[in-house]
Ligand binder design. Sequence first.
Ligand code: NAP
Length: 464
Amino acid sequence: MSQSEFEVTNPATGDVIAHVPDQGRADARQAIERANAAFASWSTTTAYQRAAILRRAWQLMQERKQDLANLMTREQGKPLKTAAIEVQYGADFLLWFSEEAKRQYGETIPSARADQRFIVQHHPVGVVAAITPWNYPVSMITRKIAPALAAGCTVVLKPAEATPLCAVEIFKIMQEAGMPDGVLNLITASNPVPIGEEFCTNPLVRKITFTGSTAVGRKLSADAAPHLKRVSMELGGHAPFIVFADADPVHAAKGAALIKFLNTGQACICPNRIYVHRSIEKAFLKTFTERVERLAVGNGLDDGINIGPLVNRAAVEKVSRQVEDARSKGAEVLCGGGELEGKGRGGHFYLPTVLSNVSPDMIIYREETFGPVAAVVPFDDNDDIVSMANDTNYGLAAYVYTRDLSTAMRTFEQLQFGIVGINDINPTSAAAPFGGMKDSGLGREGAREGLNEYLETKLGGFSI
Ligand code: NAP
């Protein structure tokens, strides 16, 4: 087993806050073997036994909400209050799937033959290998392990290098809740490549579930394909946010300011192109810019902070490059537009920024931003707006503001996105299917569909 360690740093200060084991391919292989050994007994426990453990984990996570939130803020940077909301969201998956575990219903199907009966059952797929990102270091983990465990699968999880500490705490909770040895296995690593290779090629792994960038998701899918492993891919996004002429511009601007700057803009469902009808653009921009200017940037542990640091220096550079490119091509910077001076030293802070007059020739119009920069694009013709919104390789989240029911329904049906918020900036819940179309991925998490991702369908044909 590997003996070395890697550092975990606080992105608000640059301070090293912990060290965790730096594991490699051999560790991943052993973890897969442990998960495989545990599969026979875990998969034959009753759904009621699995549900009881998940429910206890839900209770423990709620009791430790503040401690987990504090750890998340130090490790990932988001303000304490939003970290606590994420812990609750993460815990919700444990409760939801503890309940869904008991609803793996099969069916009987009438046969054309009098002497034949068809019965369909659902069985766990086997060992699951999971890889998660740093932006939601609790909920991206529970959104995978809760349904996998509920289904009767065993799991090996590799969390992001930047946020292994939340994963360690979740595993402690699961163990205290009564998870048997070998069912849930953690691999922390500074180099994800050999771990991903082992996950994709080891014949004992039957399913890969990944949340992260489209580039890495594509590579993992390609590596898993020759081995015919099932894959679920929750990937990047480039969300349109459409404000029609009949919408209330103030209400829409308040919603846009909340969802755009969620998690410092580091969420896959953050709007990337905010299309506002030209007739209400001025009113929209006034409220929007006022709201954004009021956002307080700093260390998420301090009172009153709304915007934490970006994850690392490369993220600041990516955002700066997008803003400079847009500015050079005619966008106007209404607020922000640079790094935080002075108190941001040591951390990776970028000021909340509003760009107006953004156009399709700018990098920000196509590339995922993953930072606190809002790109506002005026539009004139309602007939063009859906094709403009769909003009992206991504298809995760989209938002629509209108007071007209027909416009709402038509736009909802025509948008090529897996999640559409209609006058709603928070269309997410453990009970609702989350996932994307096109380059945003394959499969859904949460909801009943989230459980199906971990189940095989088995048909029994009985001749009687
Ligand atoms: P990323 O670079 O793809 O990393 C995600 C995870 O994959 C991390 O654990 C990472 O490990 C690992 N990884 C990287 N390269 C790998 C490889 N070659 N083989 C195996 N594993 C590998 O993505 P990110 O920058 O951390 O996360 C941001 C992206 O995630 C954005 O595009 C965002 O839209 C997307 N996201 C999507 C959803 C969704 O539900 N659709 C939710 C959240 C985020 P290391 O940390 O060690 O690099």
